[in-house]
Design a protein around this ligand. Structure first.
Ligand code: NDP
Length: 283
């Protein structure tokens, strides 16, 4: 049986450390602050925003909520972001995506100060990551890296195969693995012989969004498998991108749910804390 990489436990451990650091910082007069902006009534976005607010409260982070109607104009949203950029109590700004169709998402993300871009989506931060000098790293891939680190997986010299090339998971996680001196292959929907590529991997990172697409016999015995995928099957069941039961000859594997999922918000808290520490250091 593969070792289960318990994301829930790793996230809980990290959140405890974050809460301790936040308390220490607050004692020096700096309370980390995260502004969360939600435009419209998307039910999934509302759930994510409320989870983020709860996580902030538990970690002692001040959360400044802005729930705006779906009819909010792009100009009004940009004005709010400009205010938050200038607000000294705010260390991180998160605009929940997707935005309504009449708002240009790229324009909004670029309006966030790179110094407060705790989601790591601003082109400045993407460039910093690509050039090996990150300021803020996007939360889900950063969570994957923390899980590997806390599980004691050394990436130096290893073959990492990332399946998926999105801007929010596949590409950034590939860059992060490269920075850890892995040899990285990025696969996507046009990759020839995907099973053959995955079979070479010491570490497989799956971020596709297709239920159990990566079969057990694609996984090399003793490999480490990180499954970022979250796929709803039927009414209630969630499965990953990897055939979990068929991949038990791996050395270690993340379950879905309870694997990468809990790490994403944890890394948002982490980035907000890091930003607040920078503010404290600049005082
Ligand atoms: P995207 O849909 O943006 O990207 C999916 C990627 O998978 C694309 O690069 C696509 O290739 C590739 N792909 C699709 N079909 C195939 C195929 N048959 N063979 C090989 N590659 C394929 O997804 P995201 O990166 O946003 O998310 C990926 C998964 O991770 C989803 O299940 C999502 O729900 C989950 N997720 C989980 C998070 C968490 O917190 N745990 C956070 C973010 C995402 P191409 O580029 O060629 O189209």
């Amino acid at each position: 049986m593969a070792e289960i990489i318990n994301g829930k436990a790793i996230a809980a451990e990290l959140r405890e450390e974050i809460a301790q650091d936040t308390a220490a910082l607050a004692a020096q007069g700096v309370t980390p602050g995260l502004a969360v902006v939600l435009v419209g009534e998307d039910p999934a976005s509302k759930v994510y925003v409320s989870m983020k607010e709860k996580a902030c409260a538990a970690a002692g982070i001040f959360s400044d909520e802005h729930k705006l109607p779906a009819t909010t104009s792009e100009a009004a949203l940009l004005e709010l972001i400009a205010r938050l950029n200038a607000d000294e109590r705010i260390d991180g700004i998160l605009v929940q995506l997707p935005l309504p169709d009449h708002i240009d998402e790229a324009k909004v993300l670029e309006a966030i100060s790179p110094q407060k871009d705790v989601d790591g989506f601003h082109p400045y931060n993407v460039g910093r990551l690509a050039t090996g000098n990150p300021l803020f790293q996007p939360c889900t891939p950063y969570g994957v890296m923390k899980m590997l680190e806390r599980t004691g997986v050394e990436l130096k010299g290893k073959e990492v195969v990332v399946v998926g090339r999105s801007n929010i998971v596949g590409k950034p996680v590939a860059l992060m693995c490269l920075a850890e001196h892995a040899t990285v292959t990025i696969c996507h929907s046009r990759t020839a012989d995907l099973p053959g590529k995955v079979r070479q991997a010491d570490v497989v990172i799956a971020a596709v969004g297709r239920p159990e697409m990566i079969k057990g016999d694609w996984i090399k015995p003793g490999a480490v498998v990180i499954d970022v995928g979250v796929n709803r099957v039927g009414e209630k069941k969630l499965v990953g991108d990897v055939d979990y039961a068929g991949a038990q000859h791996a050395a270690a594997i993340t379950p879905v749910p309870g694997g990468v999922g809990p790490m994403t918000i944890t890394m948002l808290l982490y980035n907000t804390l890091v930003s607040a520490k920078r503010r404290a250091a600049a005082k």
